[in-house]
Design a protein around this ligand. Structure first.
Ligand SMILES: NC(=O)C1=CN([C@@H]2O[C@H](COP(=O)(O)OP(=O)(O)OC[C@H]3O[C@@H](n4cnc5c(N)ncnc54)[C@H](O)[C@@H]3O)[C@@H](O)[C@H]2O)C=CC1
Ligand SMILES: O=C(O)C(=O)Cc1ccc(O)cc1
Length: 368
């Protein structure tokens, strides 16, 4: 497809969308804009955008597709601004915000002017921010939720999917309210819990310094999402306030039930609590990406000798397998240590497993 794309907010998501659009539509022209000049410069340098606009007005006026990929409260302001600007009559506007109801409401002003807006949410990402973390295939196989209003012609939805084809995501159309409730349950609320677990550990660490060392493994894994952008998550919480308050009340009640089981030392109930959670969790699809990306971790048993980490990363680099994280689980001199290497996709993890097994005799596993 030819045409001009304007991306407002050249961070992880804006950058990744721009890369995937360019990959699919080589002849399109991508203009970017970011309030942070450094992100703009970096986006141009990394080939994420063909050029950088000096203002929203300049980038928007000739655009065929405008993607707003800023934190959701900024997105609201952008929609208000765009509604005041001269735009092409046929322009299609979408966003990538993690919340939808407030945004779709705000887009009404554009709709009133006959401009098509379709809310969007690619449900993959990372706790990393900024354009340098952008990846062309970040959304491969991920769900991409679209929340068009009823009056939107099907042709416009198809056009947006065409533009976004290079994401290789799976599109699902859903209402903004349903979207906010579901993402509240599986993404927004877990972020609050992750942050609260970290706060609890931090308070303990003031008395007991050992806690930070002990938290290095499993605790760090289950609280990974607490390292996400505070700006982004502040905005998400403020947008999805009602759902989150409802979920917080339900959670508090549930914690009271857990406290009661404990006080009564009701072993059977405690067992049932864990057993029911295990059954539901074990039945969740494993090979599919959900709202919070899976950890594609590979565990490598390595002997503890200097240079072993660079040896392994060297083999991976040789086969051009990108890693997203690497961690050494504490080792003692006399035992074998475990290297935990994280990948963006299951495909990369399997390639890495084969690669390490080919070049070394180290044991690898994909975990429980
Ligand atoms: N990080 C993730 O994993 C996911 C994030 N999202 C949503 O995507 C959106 C963007 O998130 P990220 O790319 O992760 O954040 P990011 O922090 O990497 O990028 C946001 C960019 O917006 C820019 N920005 C902020 N205010 C601006 C303004 N007034 N004008 C122009 N640019 C402005 C920032 O400078 C930054 O470069 C958010 O709405 C978020 O809810 C959706 C799916 C996943
Ligand atoms: O990897 C993480 O930390 C995420 O939770 C990614 C993410 C963040 C926000 C979204 O709206 C969707 C996915």
């Amino acid at each position: 497809m030819k045409g001009r794309v304007f991306v407002i907010g050249l961070g992880l998501i804006g950058g990744s969308l721009a890369l995937s659009i360019k990959r699919q539509h080589k002849d399109c022209h991508i203009t970017g804009y970011d309030i942070n000049d450094e992100q703009g410069k970096l986006a141009k340098m990394l080939g994420v955008a063909d050029d950088i606009a000096g203002s929203i007005e300049e980038g928007a006026k000739d655009a065929d597709l405008i993607l707003i990929t800023t934190p959701v409260q900024v997105t609201e302001r952008m929609l208000e601004l765009l509604a005041e600007l001269p735009l092409k009559e046929t322009v299609l506007i979408s966003d990538a915000g993690s919340t939808k109801a407030e945004i779709v409401k705000k887009a009404q002003k554009l709709t009133d002017k006959g401009i098509a807006f379709i809310g969007g949410h690619p449900m993959a990402g990372s706790h990393k921010s900024g354009v340098s973390a952008a990846r062309e295939l970040l959304f491969e196989n991920a769900f991409y939720l679209l929340t068009p209003q009823q009056h939107i012609e099907a042709g416009k939805i198809d056009l947006l999917k065409q533009w976004l084809k290079g994401t290789k995501a799976k599109f699902i159309v859903i209402s903004p309210e349903e979207h906010d409730y579901l993402t509240g349950v599986i993404s927004h609320f877990p972020h609050i819990i992750a942050a609260s677990l970290v706060h609890q550990a931090e308070k303990t660490s003031q008395e007991q310094s050992l806690v930070t060392r002990l938290a290095a493994g499993g605790f760090r894994d289950i609280t990974r999402i607490a390292s996400s952008s505070p700006t982004m998550w502040r905005d998400i919480l403020l947008h999805n306030k009602e759902t989150l308050l409802q979920l917080l009340s339900a959670w508090q009640l549930e914690m009271e039930e857990v406290a009661a089981m404990l006080k009564e030392q009701d072993g059977e109930k405690i067992y049932q609590y864990f057993e029911k959670a295990k059954t539901f969790r074990d039945e969740l699809p494993q090979k599919q990406m959900g709202a919070i990306p899976a950890f594609y971790d590979l565990f490598v048993d390595v002997p503890d000798y200097p240079g072993v980490v660079s040896e392994i990363t060297g083999y991976l680099a040789k086969e051009e397998i990108s890693i997203t994280n690497i961690q050494i689980r504490e080792t003692r001199e006399d035992i074998i240590g475990v290297l935990v290497i994280s990948f963006q996709t299951e495909y990369d993890r399997l390639r890495a497993k084969k690669c390490i097994e080919h070049y070394t005799s180290f044991e690898t596993s994909t975990g429980p």
